[in-house]
Design a binder for this molecule. Structure first.
Ligand code: GLN
Length: 490
């Protein structure tokens, strides 16, 4: 019996496994088959581990047949190549780590493994998670499954493309300034960036440590809830991990949105927002009203400042995090160094791509004595004000809604020569990271055949409320069920 993997959600596949309609081996073979057939066009994977996946699938089938399976047992998934995987290459999209095989699993990987998910491989990404288009990968760009001439978004572009194209039903991503939500929006899938500290960062290669957060990317909010149940929770090995009572994120999915107060920030609908994206978002908001929620105009007055503040803070943190790649401890080492200086300089010059080098330069400059107060400290003060704007807004609303991105997926190559144009892509996502809030992107419609993402932003640790608001929308719409046809594109 064969099962069409490409259009089913994780939750639907899990019931097919429990009912015996299919097996994990069958699902895993189907996923590997689709990757084999389609990933030449997409380039969504950096590494695929056929043998290990089949072994894990067999083990999952044994667990399922003995009745010991959980909601993720036997489900093929992939990890963004930023998560360390024991014995499996972890490159972070960089030449620097092209030969790196970690001796341990990231906490997220360990938790999904023990929940029984089958690891198929590692997905393509912008180098060290720096980018909004997946074009900064050492392994080449990844294509958007809806239109192969366009970007899938970034930095978790490979995860988003692989889920959208039905190669797998779920993947992990990380979001420092939008890297789960923006590719989810561009590829028409559902992605959740949890509150800072909810998901352990241990073994997740650091970009900007005060902003980085891992989260699920899947077809639906329900699937994200199932994944978050496995991923979230305190980790003694990550000192920034939040100590909270575990929650079951599936419990509240059916809660009504009746009476939910939705804040609509006027700054998210101003200049720069594509007209047809605005129309899709307005229609989605009307749908919420029809379900009994109320809409309230709010103001997040410092939205525009999130770009300069983020693009000082993130590079500053990156410049210190990336100092460990010195050609000595691990990572790329240049051939025949003349002396120590040459070893450092050439190893880093050869190992890091242009965007990473640009960020290291900016970050080192912003942190240097004499400039620290003018740039880094100032940016931190602005960050505080941005967080305060959310706190004030949340005094009168329960969640905030707006577009995830100013436009739809853009053409490959169209912004690569202009870093500022690329950074403007992040206008609606960055401030959420600066404030440490949870947010998601869910499919809300199409503009010229390309998916549009609706962003929902919640209060700290109110992931459950976001997920239920998204699930309720998905009970009334089928945007999240639309699938691109990669086979038919040349
Ligand atoms: N586009 C942003 C950047 O380049 C965000 C990346 C991310 O969230 N990892 O830094």
């Amino acid at each position: 019996m064969s099962i069409e993997l490409d259009s089913r959600s994780l939750t639907e596949l899990a019931s097919a496994l429990v009912s015996g309609e299919t097996s994990s081996v069958e699902l895993t073979e189907a996923a590997l088959g689709r990757i084999n057939a389609l990933d030449g066009k997409l380039n969504s994977f950096i590494t695929v581990d056929n043998e290990a996946a089949m072994r894990e699938a067999q083990a999952a089938d044994e667990r399922l047949s003995s009745g010991n399976g959980g909601p993720l047992t036997g489900i093929p998934i992939a990890h963004k190549d930023i998560f360390c995987t024991n014995g499996l290459k972890t490159s972070c999209g960089s030449r620097m780590l092209d030969g790196f095989t970690p001796p341990y699993d990231a906490t997220v990987v360990e938790r999904l493994r023990s929940a029984g998910a089958v690891l198929i491989g590692k997905t393509n990404m912008d180098e060290f998670a720096m980018g909004s288009s997946n074009e900064n990968s050492f392994y080449g760009p990844c294509a958007n499954p809806w239109d192969l001439s366009r970007v899938p978004g970034g930095s978790s572009g490979g995860s988003a493309a692989a889920v959208a194209a039905g190669l797998i039903s779920a993947a992990t991503g990380t979001d420092t300034g939008g890297s789960i939500r923006q590719p989810a929006a561009f590829c028409g899938i559902t992605g959740l960036k949890p509150s800072y500290g909810l998901v352990s960062r241990l073994g997740m290669i650091a970009y900007a440590s005060s902003l980085d957060q891992g989260g699920p990317m899947a077809r639906s909010a329900q699937d994200c809830a199932v994944l978050l149940n496995a991923m979230a929770g305190h980790d003694v090995r990550d000192s920034t991990s939040a100590q909270r009572k575990p929650e079951n994120y599936c419990d509240g999915l059916n809660n009504t949105v009746e009476g939910l107060r939705i804040g609509v920030p006027k700054e998210y609908f101003g200049e720069g927002l594509d007209g047809s994206v605005a129309k899709v978002i307005e229609a989605a908001l009307k749908e919420y009203e029809a379900m009994g929620a109320t809409l309230h105009e709010i103001s997040l007055p410092r939205t525009a400042l999130s770009i300069p503040a983020y693009y000082v803070i993130a590079p500053a943190e990156a410049s210190t995090n990336l100092s460990r790649y010195d050609g000595v401890r691990y990572g790329h080492r240049c051939k025949d160094p003349l002396d120590l200086e040459d070893l450092y300089t050439r190893s880093r010059e050869e190992g890091f791509g242009d965007e990473v080098q640009r960020r290291i330069l900016v970050g080192t400059y912003a942190l240097s004595s004499g400039y620290y107060d003018a740039y880094y400290k100032k940016a931190q003060q602005v960050r505080r004000l941005i967080a305060g704007d959310f706190t004030s807004a949340f005094e009168s609303v329960d969640i905030i809604a707006g577009p995830t991105t100013p436009g739809v997926a853009f053409e490959l190559g169209s912004k690569t020569s202009d870093p500022t144009a690329m950074y403007l892509e992040d206008i609606y996502t960055l401030s959420v990271n600066l404030a440490g809030l949870p947010a998601m992107s869910l499919p809300a419609g199409f503009s010229n055949g390309l998916p549009v993402g609706l962003q929902l932003i919640g209060k700290h640790f109110e992931e459950a409320r976001l997920l239920s608001a998204a699930h309720q929308f998905q009970q009334r719409s089928d945007w999240h069920r639309q699938t691109p046809n990669v086979e038919l594109q040349p």
